[in-house]
Design a protein around this ligand. Structure first.
Ligand SMILES: NC(=O)c1ccc[n+]([C@@H]2O[C@H](COP(=O)([O-])OP(=O)(O)OC[C@H]3O[C@@H](n4cnc5c(N)ncnc54)[C@H](OP(=O)(O)O)[C@@H]3O)[C@@H](O)[C@H]2O)c1
Length: 349
């Protein structure tokens, strides 16, 4: 059995839908979260058990002994990861998350030895971002093994959740960084352009993504890695403004509060049919790879369940590693994905 904490969130709810539709053979989760009323309704709808508790009471939490894995889907992770990891260390349970916040990964990987020594598996980054990014980078390096200076750019359609926006605000306020020869370096804002497989060109702006930590963790020979995010044209001009505003603590708190008020609206507006593109490139390579996959939240829900399936079937080595580093292409089996190789006809910025 496993605990799905954050079951009431946009992504937690999607996990339940995808579980029922696509993974009926997986064991049922125990639903967890801090809102009793919403959890009870969800539990009734899916015929599941639930336990409502806030993270502040974890030190007194008694979970059924048969819960081997805590799937923490509550975020931003800068608030939720540490309490759960502490609990897992104390209680000897494995842990899985869909974190996409590099400062959280930086802390987690720095403490990796402790989890390995205690024999606990920390399966991190089991969502679209990081799995799609690590997939694109891995496919690119298989085709161009000499490439040591990589770029990763993400463009996703279908909307976003309040939790993602709040997490992104926190990451932006930590400043721009890129990976260079074994460490993170502060870097200036950069832009580049890529053509999507359907011919549309998108502008991407540098933004630190989780892959800056998770990918070099198992590819330490890499020289540089820079990450970028592309926004739809109508939002592009706001990206710099949002980046600047995110550095003001009061503004960040206010935007965070507003996002919470609009959480249900954002979830309702999400279109699950959108596509997502993770682009891997290197200066000098004749082509770049575009890894196309389903809408990121739908893909995330699917990847969480696929990770659980692989965890139950094959187990997971003790220590900290991203879901992709653990299972690689087995993670995508069953999902409609495609790699497109786009020849470079113009400089990529
Ligand atoms: N890696 C990826 O590709 C990926 C994809 C999707 C989401 N995510 C991440 O997953 C997280 C959740 O996303 P979402 O789409 O579900 O967002 P959401 O719709 O805003 O829901 C947030 C969830 O987190 C819970 N939560 C937030 N702060 C909490 C706290 N301090 N204590 C306990 N629970 C807390 C909320 O509980 P209540 O219901 O009680 O408020 C809710 O269940 C975000 O950090 C997001 O960035 C990552």
């Amino acid at each position: 059995m496993w605990l799905l904490y954050g079951a009431n969130g946009t992504t937690g709810r999607l996990v339940l839908r995808v579980w029922r539709a696509h993974f009926p053979d997986l064991p049922p989760p125990l639903l967890g979260g801090r809102r009793e009323t919403e959890l009870r309704a969800l539990a009734q709808a899916y015929g599941l058990s639930y336990q409502a508790f806030p993270l502040t009471t974890l030190q007194n939490l008694e979970l059924p002994k048969e819960i081997r894995l805590i799937a923490n889907l509550a975020g931003p992770y800068r608030y939720t990861s540490e309490p759960w990891l502490k609990y897992c260390l104390q209680q000897g349970r494995d842990y899985l998350d869909i974190c996409g916040e590099w400062p959280v990964f930086a802390q987690l990987y720095a403490a990796a030895e402790e989890y390995a020594q205690k024999g606990l598996a920390v399966i991190t980054g089991a969502g679209y971002d990081t799995v799609a990014g690590e997939t694109a980078l891995t496919l690119f390096r298989a085709r161009y093994p000499q490439a040591q200076d990589l770029r990763l750019a993400i463009y996703a359609e279908g909307g976003f959740s309040a939790g993602t926006a709040r997490a992104a605000l926190g990451v932006l306020s930590a400043g721009e960084v890129y990976w260079q020869e074994g460490q993170l370096q502060p870097g200036p804002t950069q832009t580049c352009q890529y053509r999507l497989p359907d011919g549309r060109t998108r502008t991407f702006r540098s933004a630190p993504l989780a892959e800056l930590i998770t990918y070099p963790a198992w590819n330490p020979e890499l020289r540089t890695l820079r990450t970028y995010v592309g926004l739809p044209p109508k939002l592009q001009r706001w990206q710099g403004v949002v980046q600047w505003l995110s550095k003001q603590a009061i503004v960040q708190a206010l935007i965070g509060w507003l996002l919470e008020q609009y959480r249900t609206t954002l979830a309702d507006r999400m279109t699950l049919t959108g596509r997502a593109y993770a682009i891997a490139d290197s200066i000098g390579a004749p082509a770049y790879g575009v890894f196309e996959s389903p809408q990121p939240y739908w893909a995330t829900a699917w990847l969480v369940l696929r990770s659980l399936q692989l965890y139950l079937k094959e187990g997971a080595a003790a220590g900290v590693a991203s879901a992709f580093a653990r299972w690689q292409k087995a993670l995508w089996e069953g999902l409609p994905t495609q790699i497109h190789w786009q020849p470079k006809t113009t400089p990529q910025g």
